[in-house]
Design a protein around this ligand. Structure first.
Ligand code: NAP
Length: 270
């Protein structure tokens, strides 16, 4: 007997219909793709930006052009008060908060012996501080409503070493630990927290690495032999944010074309 596809019904509903999401650093790069991906699945989206207001407004327009709902909201995620206002602004404009994607991030690459203290502190304040500040700001609402999904954008750098990346890698390792603790504290309230660990995606952030020699130096080390497209990361974030991942919390999910799985560059046998 052929297996029937079944009647059209709940499975055909967009997975995030009726949900409200806040994505930090959504004016460009992975954050913009994540905001578009969540909106495509039915969520109303607060598109946070720091410096790039016009680009955030473009993301909002793109969502509205597809019939979705979005608002651009400024905040420096390194500032706890600004994050509290950001969460309040999301709720005021979109009517709630169900999904928080802590995506905003910067890097200041330097060798350890040449590092300026101000540089590693700036990276920690934005990358790790941003996750802490926005999680704290959002958690009261999520715990009270007994539901919510937090997705933190970490990096494979948080589980591997790389020359010149110590502040960035340390900030991402801190995010990994914080994600697990958030998951453990919030689980009994029905709130989930997971992290996505991208490998290399060709955005402004890593343009120095991905464009040097056509990116060949990095591509040799990625089993999939390609960089991630922003939508490759956005698809996994949308899954973790939605009901399909209802039993996932405290997970660190790599999206890296196998980069963190490989021991080193090896030749095929034979
Ligand atoms: P990107 O293209 O440089 O975009 C960074 C985003 O973060 C921008 O929207 C920027 O907003 C925002 N941002 C920076 N500082 C901020 C602050 N203080 N407050 C609020 N927003 C701020 O970087 P990306 O590659 O998309 O990276 C996004 C996330 O993915 C980061 O957490 C990064 O560490 C992570 N990641 C990226 C890769 C990769 O290969 N690209 C790999 C692993 C992990 P404005 O322009 O408005 O300032």
């Amino acid at each position: 007997m052929p297996v029937s596809a079944g009647p059209r019904g709940a499975a055909d509903q967009p997975s995030l219909a009726g949900r409200v999401a806040l994505v930090t650093g959504a004016s460009r790069g992975l954050g913009a793709a994540i905001a578009l991906g969540l909106a495509a699945r039915g969520a109303a989206v607060a598109v946070n930006y720091h410096a790039s207001r016009a680009r955030a407004e473009e993301v909002v327009r793109a969502i509205e052009d597809e019939g979705g709902k979005a608002v651009a909201l400024p905040a420096d995620v390194a500032d706890p008060d600004a994050c509290a206002e950001l969460v309040a602004g999301t709720i005021a404009n979109l009517g709630g908060l169900d999904v928080l994607v802590n995506n905003a991030g910067i890097t200041k690459d330097s060798l350890i012996y040449q590092q300026e203290p101000a540089d590693w502190l700036a990276v920690m304040r934005v990358n790790f501080g941003g996750v802490v500040n926005c999680t704290r700001a959002a958690m009261g609402t999520m715990l009270r409503q007994r539901s919510g999904s937090i997705v933190n954008i970490s990096s494979v750098m948080g589980i591997r070493g790389w020359v010149g990346e110590s502040p960035y890698a340390a900030s991402k390792a801190a995010i990994n630990a914080f994600t697990r603790c958030t998951a453990v504290e919030a689980a009994r309230f029905g709130v989930r927290a997971n992290a996505v660990l991208p490998g290399f995606a060709a955005t402004d952030l890593v343009a120095g690495l991905t464009t040097k020699n056509g990116g060949r130096g990095i591509l040799r080390q990625i089993p999939a032999k390609s960089f991630a497209g922003p939508e490759d990361v956005a698809n996994v974030v949308a899954f973790l944010a939605g009901p399909g991942a209802a039993y996932m919390t405290g997970s660190l999910v790599t999206v890296d074309g196998g980069a963190s799985a490989v021991l080193g560059v090896g030749a095929p046998l034979g």
